[in-house]
Design a binder for this molecule. Structure first.
Ligand code: ACO
Length: 429
């Protein structure tokens, strides 16, 4: 294969080097495009064809349905690893030894207290506030309580910031839920594992012990692993671009949480469940909603279907679908919503509209059903996604800073008015 690509602009030919990844992906390096062509830029709305960076964290092949963190397949990690091991792997590049994992967990636990004044901020939010808005605000507020900036040239400084956020974030997640439910803002129990502690912090009632259900613990651990990273998606790109201005880690993460909130991204898990509930309330007629999804004059989309990158199947959806069956079976939950979901999936997989457009169920199609079985309120689903995605965002932010990437600053093609004289107010119509 040639090592360059040739581009002809205004009759002049220009050569650009090709960049090849370890999985043989090829990119055209256009770093010098503007200088070589006297200001010509590329236009790529939604960055469908644009690689924003070189990254060694996550590989995915949308055609083949492959997802790997640092070379390990998502299927193997979901089956054999724990969430904290996966977090370590994503952030530092290798699976931890037992000793490294124990130290990592100990250091995270040592940081699992948040400033008492954070309670005052939570108190100021109305109970009706969306948990994602609250979580983004609280994460941003952590910057105020931990103002020292991270020296990215110091591995020690970087490590401290990482364990700090991994320790405090689950507390913010739990308090976001507890505030909504009118429960006291308690801490968890540092003698427990990371995921067990998250559950206890979220659900412990003030007047009784909280009993951990291994089925729920295992299911949540798996869900968090499946969500832990997904290369340059909307929220991750947001974290990298905010961080590229040398804004701090917590501020960058807060921006990522806001990006994740949208229903076309992480907010889809909430949107899926609301859609399924709507279909149920409307008599369970899946065919009617299939027709709406296909109707170009109807804004309705089948939430949880389709993916920017996966055009064959989402490997996470396969794992999660099985997990949903196991969890509901083991917990003895019979959920008519699951039947509606299965019905919709079957119809869509046989329908030429969805088949031709390569629209398959994505990770969020089934995750909400599991969260529901765990008694997690619908508007907390995306918060759970954020908890899972946290290590991925951290890993991507760290990589971006260590690679000394330049500030993210895209160009545009201006399509507005050309120069015109100022019009006095009495002359305007
Ligand atoms: N229901 C109905 N039609 C759809 C759907 C859907 N869920 N998704 C895409 N289409 C159609 C589009 O209307 C378009 O049709 P056309 O070619 O006739 O105009 C075609 O499929 C391509 O869709 P695009 O929106 O161009 O695809 P894009 O890659 O930009 O969007 C996205 C991907 C945002 C995920 C989209 O499929 C969608 O909106 N899905 C529903 C929301 C969702 O589940 N989001 C979660 C994604 S996973 C995650 O972020 C964790």
């Amino acid at each position: 294969m040639a090592n360059t690509a040739t581009l002809e602009v205004n009759g002049e030919k220009h050569e650009f080097p090709l960049v090849k990844g370890t999985e043989n992906e090829v990119g055209i390096d256009i770093k010098n495009l503007r200088s070589a062509t006297n200001g010509v830029v590329t236009i790529d709305p939604g960055y469908k064809n644009t690689g924003s960076c070189e990254s060694a964290i996550t590989f995915l092949d949308g055609e083949k349905g492959i997802l790997r963190y640092r070379g390990y397949s998502i299927e193997e990690l979901a089956e054999k690893a724990e969430f904290l091991e996966v977090a370590y792997l994503l952030i530092f590049g290798e699976l931890p030894t037992q000793e490294q994992l124990d130290k990592f967990h100990k250091d995270i636990k040592a940081q699992s207290v948040v400033d008492e004044d954070v309670r005052k901020i939570i108190d100021a939010f109305p109970k009706s506030a969306h948990p994602m808005g609250v979580l983004a605000s609280l994460t941003s507020a952590l910057t105020a309580f931990n103002p020292s900036s991270v020296n990215v040239n110091s591995e020690e400084d970087m490590y401290k910031a990482i364990v700090k956020i991994l320790g405090k974030f689950p507390v913010l997640v739990a308090w976001t839920l507890r505030k909504k439910q009118g429960l006291p803002l308690d801490y968890g129990d540092n003698s427990l594992g990371y995921v067990e502690n998250v559950l206890k912090m979220m659900f412990k009632q003030p007047n009784c012990e909280y009993e951990l259900d291994p089925i729920v613990v295992n299911a949540l651990d798996k869900l968090l692993i499946l969500h832990a990273d997904h290369e340059q998606n909307c929220s991750t790109s947001t974290v990298r671009i905010v961080g590229s201005s040398h804004a701090g880690l917590f501020a960058s993460l807060s921006a990522g949480i806001s990006a994740l909130w949208g229903p076309l991204h992480g907010g889809a898990n909430q949107a899926v469940l609301e859609m399924l509930e709507g279909i149920k309330a409307d008599g369970g007629d899946t065919k009617k909603y299939m027709a709406k999804a296909k109707d170009k004059d109807d804004p309705f989309r089948l939430m949880g279907f389709g993916h920017r990158v996966y055009k064959n199947f989402d490997p996470r959806a396969k794992i999660i679908k099985k997990s949903a069956d196991d969890v509901l079976g083991n917990l003895g939950v019979e959920d008519p919503i699951l039947d509606i979901a299965k019905g919709l999936e079957k119809e869509a997989l046989e329908d030429s509209y969805f088949v031709d457009r390569k629209l398959y169920p994505n990770v969020d199609f089934y995750s909400g059903i599991i969260y529901r079985a765990m008694n997690i309120p619908t508007d907390m689903f995306t918060v759970m996604f954020a908890l899972g995605r946290l290590p991925g965002w951290i890993a991507q932010w760290r990589e971006m800073r260590l690679n000394q990437e330049p500030i993210g600053r895209p160009r545009q093609i201006y399509t507005g008015e050309t120069h015109r004289p100022f019009k006095a107010i009495d002359k305007r119509s």
